[in-house]
Design a protein around this ligand. Sequence first.
Ligand code: C5P
Length: 231
Amino acid sequence: MRDVIIACDFPSTEATLAFLDKFKDEKPFLKIGMELFYGAGPDIVKEIKRRGHKIFLDLKLHDIPNTVRKAMKVLSALDVDMVNVHAAGTIEMMRAAKEGLTREDGSRPLLIAVTQLTSTSEEAMRKQLLIDATIGDTIIQYAKNAAEAGLDGVVCSPLEAGIVKDACGKDFLTITPGIRFADSAADDQVRITTPARAREIGSDFIVVGRPITASEDPVAAYRRCVKDFCD
Ligand code: C5P
């Protein structure tokens, strides 16, 4: 199951497809986010699927259960491979998301929860959201809620993958951004680790953006990630 997911943080269909054209021998698993999806629409998903890639559609749904259920049914019909919701939407919302995703034949994309965004500080959580707990405790509680709702895993820092597995079981998936080669720039990421270390800690999927997309040789950078993380 272990795989490298490339974060396709490009502004347009043209830029995305030009990037994918560089890959002649492999079909990387791709993450499509809000900017590209809202700009290019479902057609970009269909085109990338037609080219043979798996897609993590990173739209982080968070709404009332009924709305999320119906939205997930639409995303499931797009035949994406992984989608996500905010665990803050509650267990009931996550259950509704799973129902909406499940196709008539019982198949469905993987369903992943976002716990606390890495951009949310503990101070903001306590003062603005009135959540009287540590960030770590919130992440674990949200992960447990996701597991109880029957989700497949969470997005988390690679450094937290071990504690999430301890709390939710070894089969509960951890999808981890914040990956950098030892010799590459951290950019705006703070809590980072290498593909090899992420593997040791127990990540199932690493999400890698700029170390691949901004590299002079994206195919070589992707292969380096695969070698360090999967092989
Ligand atoms: O370029 P970089 O490797 O930092 O990209 C990481 C990707 O993972 C981006 O698409 C970013 O939005 C996403 N992400 C993240 N941290 C989170 C959740 C998502 O970096 N906590």
